[in-house]
Design a binder for this molecule. Structure first.
Ligand code: SIN
Length: 526
């Protein structure tokens, strides 16, 4: 096994991982490990933009309120306050990097609207190509500053006395490398890929989170899985049909042309995603209807949404009649590795950022376009904490006996096929959940040992183990949360609506600019 040493090891090459690498490489040797390459990440696919309260009619308090409202008040208020206050700063950073953000004819930022936002505050680049545009600029910035290792899959953390010293990684030919690092950052994305229909790139199997789980690191909120209402419904692909289209006037209709969001929520088609997705689920599964996104009122559609136009064309869906067939699909996972303001996890030397982290900013349902923002904000936090920290020294060589890895593992026989895991998750832990199916899924996903020695396992088996681990953790968390809240909807438990106290304090945050969220959280919400 090859051994490589570095100051900081970053696992994941999306916006969070690369932003951390960009800041850290001024001061440290940085290695970034990616499963595939820098063009295969969910950040790269992001059609939505970066939300930031930068309009003169907008304020961080309004953005804070919309984030809490979408998150069903399950959010961490202090973390959320940091996130929304950083909006302007992140737009400045992206501009300074040279990201060509979309501007209007007055040469100010073109601010779009998406579900759950009461103000126009989404900054895009290249229309619906925001992720790709940012990632190209960022990849270019760091290519000579950090060592990017493509095509390696992180298997397990190197841990001694609850301190992390790097990770073991494997390439597609089965070659193992031990990356020893003073600091390790997990930025490997979420686990929406454990469902059969997802907007994510292939391989969103929650590997960073499973790895943290095997090492005993604290996780949280795994039951909260966001289903995006509009994925292309087509035999040839399920890509994302961005919510920004509804922000420009697109509406959801059934095959009779009847708008399906009328009377459901005051924000209609731009209601928070959990509400719109449940409405589509009802229309498709209970009423046996097809649902379409009606784009007939949007002028110059293909100029404004080049990515969606290309997606439809390559799937053979004509835009001529102005109706795009859509259905919900797994999109973003709010649960993950519990972190603090500096991106620190419960294990010394180990940080988590981006979708694999549970910072608490998304609560029970993420507000649209808050995740690229989160990626940049918490990457910066973690990087500056690392720059100021002591190095963690591995006192002894970790005492792994290679022969113990060679012993055959009963766990191998219990790992299910990818399709079996995905259909169990679809059937039992999808948009609507109920105790009996959840128990069925838990029993079928259960293994004797979720923490076997993995170094000698073939990659395909490790990936399926990670999916099964994430599936089991998700259904177990779904069973534990005996209420309906945000994206976690239990048909056997009523919705927990925000209390009047919550609404009152949030109104006062909006009206009184001097109240900070932390005080509100401490005084009323706890
Ligand atoms: C979208 O463009 O609809 C997705 C944006 C997001 O998930 O934040």
């Amino acid at each position: 096994m090859e051994i490589v040493e570095t100051d900081v090891l970053i696992i994941g090459g999306g916006i969070a991982g690369l932003t951390a690498a960009d800041y850290l490489s001024l001061d440290k040797n940085v290695i970034v490990i990616t499963k595939s390459d820098l063009e295969h990440s969910n950040s790269y696919l992001a059609q939505g933009g970066v939300s930031a309260a930068i309009d003169k009619e907008d304020s961080w308090q309004d953005h804070f309120f919309d984030t809490l409202n979408a998150g069903h008040f399950h959010n961490d208020y202090q973390m959320t306050e940091l996130l929304v206050k950083e909006g302007q700063n992140v737009i400045n950073i992206l501009s300074a990097w040279g990201v060509p953000l979309d501007k209007n004819e007055r040469n100010t930022f073109q601010l779009g609207k998406e579900g759950g936002h009461n103000k126009n505050r989404i900054v895009h680049a290249g229309g619906d190509q925001t992720g790709k545009t940012i990632m190209k600029v960022l990849s270019n910035r760091i290519k000579d500053k950090a060592n990017i290792v493509s095509g390696e899959y992180a298997i397990d953390l190197i841990v001694d006395q609850n301190t992390c010293f790097g990770a073991f990684c494997k390439d597609n030919n089965g070659n193992l490398t031990m990356y020893k690092a003073f600091h390790t950052i997990l930025a490997g994305g979420g686990y929406a890929g454990i469902y059969s229909v997802s907007s994510n790139c292939y391989g969103s199997d929650g590997s960073s989170i499973s790895m943290a789980y095997r090492a005993g690191v604290e996780l949280a909120d795994l039951e909260f899985v966001q289903f995006h209402p509009t994925l292309l419904k087509n035999d040839y692909g399920n890509g994302l049909i961005t919510e920004a289209i509804r922000g420009q006037g697109g509406i959801l209709v059934n095959s009779k042309g009847i708008p399906i969001m009328d009377g459901v929520h005051p924000q209609k088609d731009l209601a928070p995603r959990d509400i719109v997705s449940r409405r589509l689920f009802e229309e498709i599964h209970s009423h046996r209807e097809n649902v379409y996104l009606d784009i007939r009122t949007i002028l110059q559609f293909s100029r404004k949404f080049p990515g969606v136009t290309l997606l439809c064309e390559s799937a053979g869906v004509s835009l001529e009649n102005g109706l795009i067939p859509v259905a919900p699909g797994a999109h973003f996972t709010m649960g993950g590795i519990k972190t603090d303001l500096d991106g620190r996890t419960s294990m010394k030397g180990l940080y988590a950022i981006g979708e694999c982290a549970n910072t608490g900013v998304h609560g029970a349902n993420r507000l649209a376009s808050n995740s690229l923002l989160e990626g940049v904000v918490f990457a910066k936090q973690a990087a500056s904490h690392i720059i100021q920290s002591e190095r963690n020294h591995l006192q002894t060589s970790p005492t792994f006996k290679m022969d113990s890895f060679l012993s055959s593992n009963k766990a191998e026989q219990e790992v299910l096929a990818e399709k079996v895991i995905q259909s169990l998750m679809d059937e039992c832990a999808g948009i609507c959940r109920h105790r009996e199916p959840l128990i069925k899924a838990k029993n079928l996903l259960q293994m004797d040992d979720f923490r076997p020695y993995l170094l000698t396992w073939p990659l395909d088996l490790i990936k399926r183990l990670n999916m099964q681990t994430m599936g089991w953790l998700t259904v177990t968390s779904c069973l534990k949360r005996e209420e309906s809240r945000g994206s976690h909807y239990r048909t056997d438990f009523p919705s927990s609506h925000p209390s009047w106290q919550q609404k009152k304090i949030v109104r006062s945050i909006r009206n009184d600019k001097s109240i900070i969220a932390k005080k509100a959280a401490a005084g009323i919400f706890n």
